[in-house]
Write a protein that binds this ligand. Sequence first.
Ligand code: DGJ
Length: 382
Amino acid sequence: YFIYDIYILFMKYLFSFLLYMAGMVVTAQTVIRSGELWPDDRGQHINAHGGGILCHDGRYYWFGEHKSDNTSAALVGITCYSSDNLSDWHYEGVALPVTDVPGDDLERGCTMERPKVVYNAETGKFVMWLHLELKGKGYSAARYAVAVADRPAGPYRYLRSGRVNAGIKPLDMEGDMAALDTLDAWKDDEWWTPQWRKAVKDGLFMRRDFADGQMARDQTVFVDVDGRAYHIYSSEENLTLQIAELTADYTAHSGRYIRVAPGGQNEAPAVFRHGDTYWLITSGCTGWAPNKARLFSAPSIWGPWRQHPNPCRGKDADITFGGQGTFVLPVGNTYIFMADIWRPKRPSDARYVWLPVTFEHEMPVINWHDEWTLDLETVGKE
Ligand code: DGJ
């Protein structure tokens, strides 16, 4: 009987231990189902498109574009949600609202896209960068906008908007201004001819916008391990990406910038660093319709950037699973590729694609999963 008692006792302990472990697993695991409705803590589908995520003091803050049912124009502003497990999202509110001041940069009806927030350890401020288009002006303004806050969820104080690095030549531009001036001849030429393409690669639109500053549309911000931050944006009529270093407080451009994939027509940049390699995932330019993702790598943020095949694999890999990239979130020792499935007929119904980035032969690979589990206990936070 003694042995039997010990056996029962042991089984009791084992059972409670297993229950405890199961509980831990349940709380630590985040199940991600791309393309479905993702309710927040109010039961409403998360409205934070073209977004990015900041991890601060162990909590994740998701910033994105608030979309309405009938228009993609900004009627509300940039929203913020927070979570400690990337699954249960608390609505924090509007971090950077539109205004009702006629002629104001952020006047209701303007376009506010692809916001990204970074934390500056020196100033203790949170800095938001976004793509801004002025009300009633379509996509012609092609400006960056910047705002700061004392707390991650805001409120953000709007600083200014503008074009990038007026009067400054990119670091990687060979030839003097006189040589660039010869490109001007192609400025009003018919687009897409071989001569025009060559002129674009050589800096035709960089030269055209030299005095007033470079165009900035689809964008992201990347902070390197040494604390330097970079603004990466579609420039030069969406034909060429640029990477511009930010000042030490992250609120302005330092004047140092390069051109990436000149004439390559890249949008939706998302940057991450794995070991000593910088990776850049972009899309082509097809409006709200999905297209094939592109992948680039470089040994330094300043390049040289080299293009690789599409990192997506499997069904619908050639249309990025119906989405367009927006951000790559490092979580512990793993990475999440975040994309948007746009719904231009009902913009607020746009969906999210979050997929793990794995490595094969040292190259990032993105596979579709109807459902996958992120185990925060295993991968670690931040
Ligand atoms: C594609 C961009 O990636 C989006 O952010 C948005 O600007 C649309 N174009 C507008 O057509």
